[in-house]
Write a protein that binds this ligand. Sequence first.
Ligand SMILES: NC(=O)c1ccc[n+]([C@@H]2O[C@H](COP(=O)([O-])OP(=O)(O)OC[C@H]3O[C@@H](n4cnc5c(N)ncnc54)[C@H](O)[C@@H]3O)[C@@H](O)[C@H]2O)c1
Length: 329
Amino acid sequence: MRVLVTGGAGFIGVNLIRYVLRETSDVSIINLDALTYAGNLASLTDVADDPRYRFVHGDIRDARLVDDLVADADAVIHLAAESHVDRSIDGPATFLDTNVVGAGVVFDACRRASVDRVLHISTDEVYGSIAAPERFVESDPLQPSSPYAASKAGADLLARSYATTYGYPITVTRTTNNLGPYHYPEKVVPLFITNLLDGHPVPLYGDGSNVREWTYVEDNAAAQWLVLTDGEPGEVYNVGSGEERSNRQLTTAICDALGVGEDMIEHVADRPGHDLRYAVDASKVRSLGWAPSVDFEETLARTVDWYRANEDWWRPLKERGASTRRGAV
Ligand SMILES: NC(=O)c1ccc[n+]([C@@H]2O[C@H](COP(=O)([O-])OP(=O)(O)OC[C@H]3O[C@@H](n4cnc5c(N)ncnc54)[C@H](O)[C@@H]3O)[C@@H](O)[C@H]2O)c1
């Protein structure tokens, strides 16, 4: 099988590509990535010479390039996006352009080329916030709160329209927050770990009561691959571990793992429109046979170990401008 992955130089993409190359022998991957600030080929040096892997530097909004690449693909996994909520609040335009228009370019190229399977990676943030103990199911309405989430909801709904209008099914996964290796150090987990490794405080938004569901990025990679290969085309699948933590609990766990006290936590003004809680019901993807392989504590321990051991990966990103001061989830 020949798979085109878009955005494969970002956090989830590099973990997914590594997973697929490790777990399969008959799959080749083309990775199309524009290498924005979030894309990093240093995350893929160990697979760069694999004959089953090829990198193409380019933009998903380049329709001619995307047409050329999908012509040879049996499947497409669409990950490329602007992914940071705070940046979307500072300036939504790029998010609309990449996450909606860019997704449209990819979907339409796939439709015209009749690509067998297309998987669009959406997010649990498209649902908006939900009060405990409820969990979102796939048929719930999309009520996004941030420009990022709204742009992802736009692509998610566009994917849905392709089945209805063209009879061309695009499968969607709505994935909870991931943590693990190769995560750009502007997002909360790598930001806080690397800040603490450098002896800097960690900026926690508001009172830290916002709750997120945390999934190990390698488990997420397994779920995405399972949905692509065994899922029902055109269906939507929530992907989440069920491991909920408030940001305060997450921050305390990171401080504990780094052996520092809570005096390193600095409360900063809350993010506008900050959703209180995301949580999904993942029974549909579990019915395909997926389950998380590790719990939250083990996931966090592995992630901290990885950042301790891979300073040469994250240090240049911090030096190039990933802020130490801003909170993020
Ligand atoms: N990280 C999470 O916790 C999470 C959770 C749910 C859903 N998602 C979704 O998963 C996908 C991947 O997330 P991530 O965390 O890996 O993001 P990321 O920001 O780490 O990586 C995004 C990648 O897309 C590339 N890219 C951006 N614009 C592009 C363009 N116009 N053309 C080609 N490439 C472009 C970037 O260079 C980068 O390599 C996104 O669609 C995101 O919305 C992420």
